[in-house]
Design a protein around this ligand. Structure first.
Ligand code: MG
Length: 290
């Protein structure tokens, strides 16, 4: 059985009763509100065109329409990308700004996120440009220039409260991923390692484990270590390097992704924040753990 979920951004709660009722009537299913003006679900839509009908009726409203299976709806494992997913920035771009090589690094990041250049080459090239950055600068950039994406703590803490295991998987670096994972409340993190010469970056990557295939490996190994079927997993990210894990997860979501990435993902959230992922799993607003 399928469930059609409509989700708005809590900062712009644009889902009105009239629209929700109209969609429910047109697709033929039972309407339940998950959070007034923000999210609702329509159980067992009768029309096989439910998704396209909903999107047509929603029109220009900033509301996401997603069809999910009811089976295994509440996931037991969350894998989340860090940069531009759990935080609003790309850490490597912020480091580059602090080091005076912002435009050069941002141009490479942009191409890599669109999948236009190989992930490994892009990372090596950018890290080379960061040679000489001190540990103190890294710490300063993390504390002053990184902001958390809305709904991240609610996503992690609500899933944990319901028995899920949560992991931050970043193609970035331990120096950012560890403290950010701790702050948000993830159970664990996986990221790459930068090489230092004394107190400053050498310009080389010391360990590159979390590339696109590495993220997929994390998904598979964390699920199998817990004896879980892959259908019980949720993966979210915004970049081309997230697509292998997004494609394989039970619920794979491209969040505010570049058009080329969003078009290739099973589920896209273009408007909602990270709490959209809770609504997709059937949690209502009152169940959120903040
Ligand atoms: Mg990202």
């Amino acid at each position: 059985m399928l469930v059609l979920v409509l989700v708005a951004n809590p900062a712009e709660p644009d889902l009105n009763d009239l629209l929700a009722a109209r969609v429910a009537r047109e697709v033929g299913g039972t309407l339940n509100w998950l959070a007034r003006s923000i999210a609702c679900e329509i159980e067992a839509p009768k029309s096989s065109e439910a998704l396209s009908i909903a999107r047509e009726l929603v029109g220009g409203h900033p509301i996401d329409c997603v069809l999910v299976p009811k089976k295994h709806r509440r996931k037991k494992l969350l894998l989340a990308d860090m940069d531009s997913t759990m935080i609003n920035e790309e850490c490597i771009d912020k480091l580059a700004d602090a080091h005076g090589v912002g435009p050069q690094v941002a141009a490479i990041t942009d191409k890599a996120m669109r999948g236009e250049i190989n992930f490994t080459d892009a990372l090596n090239e950018r890290v080379m440009l960061l040679k000489g950055v001190s540990r103190k600068t890294i710490d300063l950039v993390r504390r002053l220039h990184i902001t958390f994406a809305p709904g991240g703590r609610a996503l992690v803490h609500t899933m944990k409260a319901h028995g899920a295991h949560t992991a931050l998987v970043s193609g970035g670096f331990d120096e950012f991923a560890k403290p950010i994972a701790d702050r948000i409340g993830f159970d664990e993190f996986a990221a790459n390692r930068l090489e230092f010469e004394g107190d400053a970056l050498s310009g080389k990557v010391a360990s590159l484990r979390i590339n696109p295939a590495g993220k997929l490996n994390e998904l598979i190994s964390l699920a199998s270590a817990r004896g879980m079927d892959i259908s019980q997993t949720l993966a979210v990210g915004d970049g081309a390097n997230d697509l292998p894990m997004i494609d394989s997860a039970g619920l794979g979501v491209a969040l505010h992704a570049k058009p080329g990435v969003a078009a290739r993902a099973p589920v896209r959230i273009d408007h909602g924040d990270l709490t959209s992922l809770l609504y997709l799993q059937g949690y209502n607003g009152e169940e959120f753990v903040l």
